[in-house]
Design a protein around this ligand. Structure first.
Ligand SMILES: [Fe+2]
Ligand SMILES: [Fe+2]
Length: 296
């Protein structure tokens, strides 16, 4: 299958590294109940001095301006055809790892390092193997960057479109530039949705989370799918917003999203995991749950 490649304009991808967004989220949501790690925090704050901090702000400006209901529907129609690339699961992990940002690769951990650190932290706590596998694959949807998508359409907090934007979303003031803020039927808490309709009926802003959910939905337990689909929905799982769109099942499943979030955010360590040692375990785990090839 020929690989389509388009390149997003540089000004639509202001972050030196897409990890800069995640580093920002860690500072924004420090680990609950744990004493602040002075060295780590110092590092994070150093990194969030200008200009990285400005680039994160610009990233959110673009994200909140362009993630409209129509944009989301267009991207769903475009990417949920899965006609970009067919890959074996481990091949997809390696493909994502070819994502090289402008930041210094000697300092930053690779995409694969983050996936393995997340998975290993979950495994060390004795969680079920499907939870460990979720750690390994949760960011595979970031291959959207390699398909030429703008950073703001791959990473960033996700949120419902077609209804009022929560003021608790980071940099929510930028929603004033979003054309959906002028659409009357989107200005109520429920917008086009019914109260308690359940998140499965709600269109979320487009990015790596909903994309990977659709790729994985036939292969993993539902709790794993919630983790994948909503791991960047910080307004809900960290701020408790959008309860009025959820049903009881969503609320129940969000316990898994919260459990996962701790590993995603707080498992980063500067020493890269030993791939050679770990690879056989993860190849077996992939073979247990996932098909031979995945369509992206
Ligand atoms: Fe992610
Ligand atoms: Fe992640």
């Amino acid at each position: 299958m020929p690989e389509k490649r388009t390149y997003a304009p540089k000004e639509h991808s202001p972050l030196a590294s897409i990890e800069d967004w995640e580093d920002f989220v860690v500072v924004r949501y420090p680990e609950e109940g744990k004493p602040a790690n002075a060295e780590k925090d110092k590092d994070a704050y150093r990194n969030y001095d200008h200009p990285a901090r400005d680039s994160v702000r610009e990233f959110y400006r673009l994200n909140h301006t362009y993630q409209t209901y129509d944009f989301v529907r267009e991207k769903e129609a475009e990417f949920l055809k899965f006609d970009r690339k067919e890959m074996m699961p481990w091949e997809a992990v390696e493909y994502l790892n070819t994502l090289v940002d402008d930041s210094d690769p000697d300092i930053d951990l690779s995409q694969l390092d983050h996936l393995l650190q997340t998975a290993e932290a979950i495994r060390a706590d004795g969680h079920p193997d499907w939870f460990v596998l979720t750690g390994l694959i949760h960011d595979l949807g970031k291959v959207l960057c390699l398909f030429g998508e703008c950073q703001w359409a791959v990473v960033g907090d996700t949120f419902p479109v077609g209804c009022r934007f929560s003021s608790k979303i980071v940099y929510s003031e930028f929603f004033a530039h979003n054309p959906d803020s002028q659409v009357e039927e989107f200005q109520t808490p429920c917008g086009i949705y019914e109260e308690g309709c359940g998140l499965d009926n709600v269109h979320m802003s487009w990015g790596h989370d909903p994309y990977l959910y659709h790729i994985m939905k036939d292969h993993l337990p539902e709790s794993a799918l919630y983790m994948i689909r909503y791991h960047s929905f910080y307004a809900a799982h960290r701020e408790g917003e959008y309860q009025h769109l959820m049903n009881d099942h969503d609320r129940d499943m969000f316990k898994w999203v919260q459990a996962f979030n701790a590993y995603d955010l707080y498992s980063k360590s500067p020493s890269p995991p030993n791939l050679e040692v770990l690879r056989p375990y993860y190849e077996d785990l992939i073979a247990k749950y996932l098909p031979d090839t995945l369509r992206f």
